[in-house]
Design a binder for this molecule. Structure first.
Ligand code: ZN
Length: 226
């Protein structure tokens, strides 16, 4: 995926501490627009600048807006707990082309994996607006990301014991283990991979006929979430 650093200058200091739990999808409501256009429009709204974290253009190029760690300005109530992605175009009147769709899908997937989350919303599902337009391929994206089941996609790295690091993917593993009857110890699904979680992973692997190494790689992940 080609992500362009847009080097936008924001009017004042951004608020940091965005903690993504969902991805919110938008359209620009304009058939043609650059990240610079959006930045200017949002400055004119009196905001610090571009309120989205990413813009996906029709040619499939992805532009950085606000830093992912910065609180967004795209969906009241969700700005401090979401990644905001905008697609160039007006999908009340247009149909999204395949190049843009593929880039949007890949970006959305990578955000879900990065943050260990699985919820995708269209702006209109969270706020009174018609954004991202009635032709926006919201269900298609959800179905492709989730395989139709809402399951989490494997994040692409080995999830191992590390009692000092909080990780949403560890929390997801713990929740899943517990829902399948494997206790992860007294701390529960706290997102820290300690001894209790290690033993639970090993028990699950043993019961599932997997290699018993206490590490959640793609096979263990898929068996757990599949
Ligand atoms: Zn929107």
């Amino acid at each position: 995926m080609n992500i362009v650093n847009s080097n936008l200058s924001f009017r004042s200091t951004l608020n940091w501490g965005n903690n993504p739990e969902v991805v919110v999808l938008h359209h620009a409501g304009a058939k043609v627009c650059s990240i610079g256009d959006i930045h200017r429009w949002h400055l004119e709204n009196g905001w610090c600048g571009c309120g989205y974290h990413y813009l996906v253009r029709k040619d499939g190029t992805v532009y950085m807006g606000r830093n992912e760690k910065a609180v967004g300005a795209h969906c009241p109530g969700y700005n401090s707990k979401s990644i905001g992605i905008c697609a160039e175009g007006d999908f009340n009147v247009e149909i999204m082309g395949q190049t843009q769709y593929s880039a949007l899908l890949e970006l959305t997937r990578s955000m879900l994996s990065k943050y260990g989350i699985n919820k995708i919303y269209g702006h209109r599902e969270l706020y009174s607006t018609d954004c991202p337009g009635e032709n926006f391929p919201l269900d298609r994206i959800r179905n492709e990301v989730a395989g139709g089941s809402g399951r989490l996609v494997y994040p692409g790295y080995l999830i191992k014991m590390n009692p000092d690091l909080k990780d949403n993917n560890v929390k997801a593993v713990q929740e899943k283990l517990m829902s399948r009857g494997y206790s992860v110890g007294r701390c529960g699904d706290d997102g820290f991979f300690g001894g209790g979680t290690l033993e639970a992973v090993k028990r699950f692997q043993r019961d599932s006929g997997l290699a018993v190494d206490g590490i959640v790689g793609i096979n263990t992940w898929n068996r757990l979430f599949g």
